[in-house]
Ligand binder design. Structure first.
Ligand SMILES: [Zn+2]
Length: 429
């Protein structure tokens, strides 16, 4: 996946010059007067040299050598996605699609796999969407282009709802949702799952990082939200909740889910480690921050950036594992999220809650024998090593997923080791 949406949002908002002039200015054919047709919807502008038309989309190109069969396949994939997302899924149809076919322009010279932008006109001052698609980006993997086409259709839907002038900072969730939409509206195409690599390589990145293709990997958040929290309807409702405001995505998602955003990303991370999402077998395993044969006496790793996660493999249990940091903790063993560290091999999953990000995020410490200078209290009889409020209930097993996932808010630090500031208050959901 190499969608240029982040560049487009940067260009449309004036944050940066366009990396392709068509991101902000329509090509000549689209500046021409609309072309109604005797039967079916017409197009906004004049048709290119070649085109194939469906009920909702027109796939067109000017470049000789584009295989018409590829264009037919792209059109068929898009038309198949329409009822899933619009008729059954309840997403409001893209701007202009009630009267005109939606433009999809094939360009083998495009500097990426595709992008979608909007052009404003007197008739559509809010902007109507146009997709550019590179049919030659992955010549040996035809399903990839089909998946990109559905991904871009997702952006067409998104532009209708979200203020696209908010800029590139927004793009992480646009990309995450479009990659997940590519699965839900085209479930036989599994190339979307390749995008999980971008999360797996950099799971400790801030949740909203837009560098290094991280947003595509965040499709895992929508996969988790869809399968475990609020369904594809909830994903749609999150977008509807974002219409006409600039509320950030973490707040919108938490609001629709009725849960703390930190708990949601921690739940995602644990299920990714477990491989327990529906197509988890297709997803890349996150890199490990550390690995131990047995639970260490005491060890320290860099804290993830905000709402990022670190994964630590531990070969065998030591009594009373303690974790310290401004984090939520989960345990994964034998392909499942479990309530407490088991005796056998398991993966410790820590998800950072801190306001700080990057190099200032501090450390996460864990082990069975904390050094004296940390003033760590004795673990309580239930095995909870915390003196901070436990999220979601009074026991270490929160049970907010029917017991499937244990997340424990550990005692928080904000200062250097040995100078803890005491627990912070609970965050609201
Ligand atoms: Zn995209």
């Amino acid at each position: 996946m190499d969608c240029l949406l982040s560049d487009v949002l940067a260009a449309l908002s004036g944050e940066a010059p366009p990396t392709d002039p068509r991101m902000v200015a329509p090509p000549p054919a689209l500046r021409a007067a609309p072309s109604p047709r005797a039967e079916g919807k017409g197009v906004l502008g004049e048709s290119l040299t070649w085109h194939v038309d469906g009920a909702h989309f027109t796939v067109q190109w000017d470049t000789p050598g584009v295989d018409p069969a590829r264009a037919d396949a792209i059109l068929a994939q898009l038309e198949a996605a329409w009822p899933v997302l619009v008729d059954e899924g309840g997403w409001p149809a893209p701007v202009s699609s009630d009267a005109w076919l939606l433009w999809v322009i094939l360009d083998p010279d495009l500097g990426g796999s595709g992008y979608t932008t909007v052009y404003t006109t007197d008739a559509y001052p809010e902007g109507y969407p146009v997709t550019y698609l590179n049919p030659s980006y992955a010549p040996d993997e035809p399903d990839f282009t089909l998946s990109v086409a559905v991904h871009e259709f997702g952006h067409m839907l998104q532009y209708r709802l979200r203020d696209w002038q908010l800029g590139s900072v927004e793009s992480w969730y646009w990309e995450a949702t479009s990659e997940w939409v590519a699965e839900r509206a085209a479930p036989t195409l599994d190339t979307y799952a390749d995008s999980t690599w971008w999360y797996a390589q950099w799971p400790d990145a801030r949740f909203d990082r837009i560098e290094r293709f991280h947003p595509y990997g965040m499709l895992l958040l929508d996969a988790y939200l869809d399968e475990r929290v609020f369904g594809l309807e909830g994903v749609r409702d999150t977008w509807l909740a974002g219409e006409g405001n600039d509320t950030t995505w973490d707040v919108l998602i938490a609001g629709v889910a009725g849960r703390d955003f930190g708990e949601l990303v921690a739940g995602m991370a644990a299920e990714v480690a477990a491989g327990s999402l529906r197509e988890g077998a297709l997803y890349d395993a996150p890199v490990r921050a550390a690995s131990h044969d047995v639970a260490p006496a005491w060890a320290v790793i860099d804290a993830p950036e905000r709402y990022g996660s670190a994964f630590v493999d531990i070969g065998a249990r030591g009594a009373g594992l303690i974790v310290e940091g401004d984090v939520l903790v989960g345990y994964v063993a034998d392909g499942a999220v479990v309530d407490e560290p088991p005796d056998g091999p398991y993966t410790l999953v820590v998800t950072a809650l801190g306001e700080d990000a990057g190099e200032d995020a501090g450390e996460v410490a864990y082990g069975v024998t904390p050094p004296d200078d940390t003033e760590t209290p004795e673990p309580d009889p239930e095995g909870c090593a915390c003196d901070a409020p436990v999220r979601g209930g009074a026991t270490p097993s929160l049970g907010w997923l029917g017991g499937a996932l244990a997340l424990v808010a550990t005692r928080r630090w904000s200062g250097p080791r040995g100078r803890r500031s005491g627990p912070r208050g609970r965050r609201s959901g």
